[in-house]
Structure formats: structure tokens, C-alpha cells
Design a protein around this ligand. Structure first.
Ligand SMILES: Cc1cc2nc3c(=O)[nH]c(=O)nc-3n(C[C@H](O)[C@H](O)[C@H](O)COP(=O)(O)OP(=O)(O)OC[C@H]3O[C@@H](n4cnc5c(N)ncnc54)[C@H](O)[C@@H]3O)c2cc1C
Length: 326
């Protein structure tokens, strides 16, 4: 949570400085409970947020009716979290690539890392028959990272399915932030197995007037495909939370793969014993929020400087017993 708060703060900073101008939209998140049991989950979450200094506010029934008129009257409790925001991940990546003037080689998978036999340091990467030499290597390859650094078993895929509705500007304007169900919080903490799907509803009002509705958390599923059962379930759950959504058409569906590390934390840091090899992977459902901050932290590590945040809990060395191959 500390890292996520710092990640959101960096988005705000970069938006104000102009780099993310027009891409990052500040707005609150509303966490919604639809039963007393869910309200208990929300209460615990609210304490955890408050501990890291997040500005949270419980909405009374009247406040919720006023702030979130389209929300179902079945709602039992609503917690508003300020200082949050929304950005489309690929737009941020594209802005950063062009701002840095980077050349990106697409469809060129790295088959292996190359090592200098004498020093044990990494000397480059192998792409097909070619070797690209490098003075330092950062492995930020999502689900492909573990295999490259000799830790193929520490991560697992979790598929997420989402839908996008047609435009509904009036309804969209009536929701000042994203709505997140308690079941989403629970699926994030526990993951879901492939049969249970790990359903948890998030309703994101987009700048276009459309709604992004997610998502599943399907453990072990690594093919980014949709299926009609999941899509129908998500659409119905979103309609339960905001009945007016039930009247909108779904324009498209898509799926993506989150990479989760077995202990629930990402891997960010220098590989043990190899001073010029770094890893940044395993961000599960938080990599868009954490991406810019992680980039800054890894750049500090590569330059031999102390990062602004303590990333020792994410040290890849915690898996040192698990055959780190060179
Ligand atoms: C449905 C869904 C909803 C999400 N919602 C949110 C959200 O609301 N907020 C949030 O912060 N995050 C969210 N995420 C998570 C976020 O998308 C991920 O955490 C983030 O994309 C991880 O970024 P990454 O660069 O580490 O890995 P990836 O995005 O997986 O990228 C890794 C890249 O490495 C490439 N690669 C793999 N192996 C190799 C190789 N050998 N050589 C070269 N390249 C290789 C892959 O092709 C891929 O392009 C969501 C994800 C999903 C699926």
C-alpha cells in the first residue's frame, strides 16, 4: 500500500509537470459493500488505508445517494478514497517511450541472458542468433521474467477479463470516480482458482463517456481469451451495482494476463551475486499504478544510487534457495 500510494503520487506529479498531461485523470475511488459481511471487509481495508495516510471518508446513506445517484439502493456501505486517479496503461507506456526517445524492438523475444564466464556478470541478451551486448540488463518481462532469471516456478498467471460499454455521457457524468466492490478486494487478496473465476466488480467511468467493467482473476489461465459465461456474469454484476448500466450495449471484451509472484509481492531489485542484473516483474493487478515509480527505482539501482523507497521486501534474493541459474 505504501508503494501504491507513492506510485499514485508520482502520477500526480508527472501530470502536473506535463509529462502525463491529458493522460492521468485525478478522481476518487468508491469502495462499495452490499452486505454486512462485506462492510466488515471494508472496515478492515479502511483501517489499512488510514495507516498509510490515505484520505478516506465513510459516506452516509444520504451522502452516497447525493454523490453516487446511479448506485443501487441495495448498497450497505460506501468508503470514498481521495487522491486516486485513472490512466490507460498503454497510453502511459507510449508517452514514456516517445519522451525518452527509446527505440523498441518488437517481436524480438530474448531467448536467454549471456554471462561473462570470468566475472559472472551479465554481458548481454541473446535474441535469435544474435547477442546484444549490455553493461547492465533489466528483466521486466512479466510472465517471461522468471524463466530468464532462473526462477521459472515463482510466478503464475492470473487471467483478467473486462468489457467496455457504449457511450452514456449522462450516466458517466453522474459517477465522479470508479466503483470497486468488496468482492474485488477479496479476489485481489486471495486470487481465484480457475473454476471459481475470482469475480470482483470494478466499474470505471472513462473519459470517453464509456464504462470499463472488470474483472475476473483466473488462477493458472495464461491464454488471454474471453468466454461468454464470464462476460455475462460481469455484465450482470455491474448491472446489480449500477442498474442503469443494464440498459447499455457492450461494445467489446478483452482479456489480459497478470503475473503474480507466489508470496504476493513483486520482484524488484538486483539479482543476488550478479551486480549488473536487475529484475522488475510480478506486479499482478497493480503494474499500471506501480510502473512509473518502479522505473524510477530501477534506474536508481542501476546507477548505484539509493532508491527513494525501500524495496527490500521485493528483493528477488528472497528466492535464493530456488536454483538461480546463470
Ligand atoms: C484485466 C486486468 C486489469 C488490470 N487492472 C489494473 C489496474 O486497474 N491498475 C493497475 O495498476 N494494474 C492493472 N492491471 C495489471 C497491469 O496490467 C500489470 O500489472 C502490468 O501490465 C504489468 O506490467 P509488466 O511490464 O510487468 O508485465 P507485462 O505487461 O506482462 O509485460 C511484459 C512484456 O514482456 C514481454 N516478454 C515476455 N517474455 C519476454 C522475452 N523473453 N523477451 C522479450 N520480451 C518478453 C511480453 O511480451 C510483454 O510485452 C490489470 C491487468 C489486467 C489483466
Amino acid at each position: 500500500m505504501t508503494m501504491a500510494r507513492a506510485g499514485a503520487a508520482l502520477y500526480r506529479e508527472l501530470a502536473e509537470e506535463g509529462l502525463f498531461q491529458g493522460l492521468f485523470h485525478r478522481r476518487p475511488t468508491f469502495l462499495v459493500a452490499t452486505s454486512d459481511a462485506e462492510a466488515d471487509v471494508l472496515s478492515d481495508h479502511s483501517e489499512a488505508l488510514a495507516e498509510v495516510g490515505a484520505p478516506v471518508l465513510w459516506l452516509t446513506r444520504d451522502m452516497a445517494a447525493d454523490r453516487l445517484a446511479p448506485l443501487s439502493r441495495k448498497t450497505v456501505a460506501v468508503l470514498e478514497v481521495e487522491d486516486e486517479g485513472h490512466a490507460i496503461g498503454y497510453s502511459i507506456v507510449s508517452r514514456l517511450i516517445s519522451a525518452a526517445g527509446l527505440k523498441v524492438e518488437r517481436n524480438s523475444p530474448v531467448a536467454a541472458l549471456e554471462y561473462d564466464g570470468r566475472s559472472g556478470r551479465v554481458s548481454g541478451v541473446r535474441v535469435g542468433e544474435a547477442v546484444i551486448e549490455a553493461s547492465a540488463v533489466v528483466v521486466a518481462a512479466g510472465g517471461g521474467a522468471g524463466g530468464l532469471i532462473g526462477l521459472p516456478d515463482v510466478s503464475r498467471p492470473r487471467r483478467g477479463q473486462q468489457l467496455v460499454t457504449e457511450r452514456a455521457p449522462t450516466l458517466n457524468a453522474a459517477l465522479p470516480g470508479s466503483l470497486l466492490s468488496c468482492s474485488y478486494l477479496l479476489s485481489k487478496k486471495q486470487g481465484g482458482d480457475a473454476d471459481q473465476r475470482g469475480y470482483g466488480v470494478v466499474i470505471d467511468p472513462l473519459e470517453t463517456g464509456q464504462f470499463l467493467i472488470g474483472s475476473t482473476r483466473e488462477e493458472g489461465r495464461n491464454i488471454p481469451e474471453n468466454d461468454i459465461d464470464a462476460v455475462a456474469h460481469l455484465a450482470a454484476s455491474a448491472g446489480d451495482m449500477v442498474p442503469a448500466l443494464g440498459r447499455l450495449r457492450i461494445l467489446r471484451c478483452f482479456a489480459g494476463i497478470r503475473t503474480a509472484i507466489c508470496d504476493g509481492l513483486p520482484m524488484v531489485g538486483r539479482m543476488p551475486g550478479i551486480d549488473n542484473l536487475f529484475v522488475a516483474a510480478g506486479f499482478e493487478g497493480d503494474g499500471i499504478c506501480l510502473g512509473p515509480l518502479t522505473g524510477r527505482i530501477v534506474a536508481d539501482l542501476v546507477r548505484g544510487e539509493e532508491p527513494e523507497i525501500d524495496v527490500s521486501p521485493f528483493d528477488p534474493g528472497r528466492f535464493a534457495g530456488r536454483s538461480i541459474a546463470a
